[in-house]
Each structure stands twice: as structure tokens, then as C-alpha cells.
Write a protein that binds this ligand. Sequence first.
Ligand SMILES: [Cu+2]
Ligand SMILES: [Zn+2]
Length: 170
Amino acid sequence: MNKTIIFASILISSSAFASADVTMNTVNEKGVGASIGTVALSDSKFGLVLTPKLHGLPPGLHGFHVHQNPSCAAQEKDGVMTPALAAGGHLDPSASNKHGEPWGDGHLGDLPPIYVDASGNASQPVLAPRLKAADLVGHSLMIHAGGDNHADHPAPLGGGAGRIACGVVK
Ligand SMILES: [Cu+2]
Ligand SMILES: [Zn+2]
């Protein structure tokens, strides 16, 4: 094999092994703030593994989703600038119009919640069995202030409320 062929085969094999780091930033009503680390995406035979390496988050469980648009910008709603509203709603290519379990029949973008320890760090991976890394390209990852009960009741969209961190998947 000459060098060109070797280089080409390295390119092909690295794109076949889908793996990417998404930079996450804080978001607020002014727009996109500081970086708080990354979420690594890697495909496994069980589905997409999302491995956070994040700091500076409030301790506890936080709703975590793929949102439709590749933007983390603030946007006006009812006259109020709302953090990361430009990301749109949860990724829902089948138009289920239902917030559900990561392995269910609702929004494809519904992920298991992110766990943040008492020091504000998140490092525990979560598994999204219906997704591949490539499905996230051109969308965004979102972390919410509150948790997620994977239902639209008693609160819509799992009850996670405000958006606190966001990253565009390129
Ligand atoms: Cu969300
Ligand atoms: Zn949802």
C-alpha cells in the first residue's frame, strides 16, 4: 500500500467509528456563556453512549435531551428573553408529540438524566438505545435546571423547566 491509500483507509475507519466531543456551555437570558466541559458521543452495540466531563453544574439529576436546532442562543418568548430557546423543542422526527422514556416511543431526543455530584461535576455515562452519534449532528444537547420524569405529567416535557447548559453537535 502506498501512503495515500493508507491515509484514505485511516479516514474511512475513523468515520465508521462514530465518536465525537460536544462542547457544552452555560446559557442564560443574555445568550451563551462559559464552557463547562464536554459530552463525548460514542456508538456501542447497545446504542449511543453519552459520557459527560462537565463541571460547575448544580448537584443532582438534570433533564438531558437532544433538541432540534443547532443553536444555543437566547430567544424572546412572551416579551422575555429565554435561555437557549433557539434550540427549539426535543428532537422528534416521527412527530410523536410525546415526552417519554429514552427507550420508548416518544421524542427520539429524550435521554436519561445527567447526574451531577456534590462538587458540581458530571462524569457518569448514560445510554440512549435508539440513537447513533450521527443522528445528533445538526442538533443540540441540552441540560435543564430540574430533573426528568420522562412524562408530560404533572409537568410538560419531564418537568425539567429552564435550560442551563447547551452544546451544538457539529
Ligand atoms: Cu431539553
Ligand atoms: Zn422529550
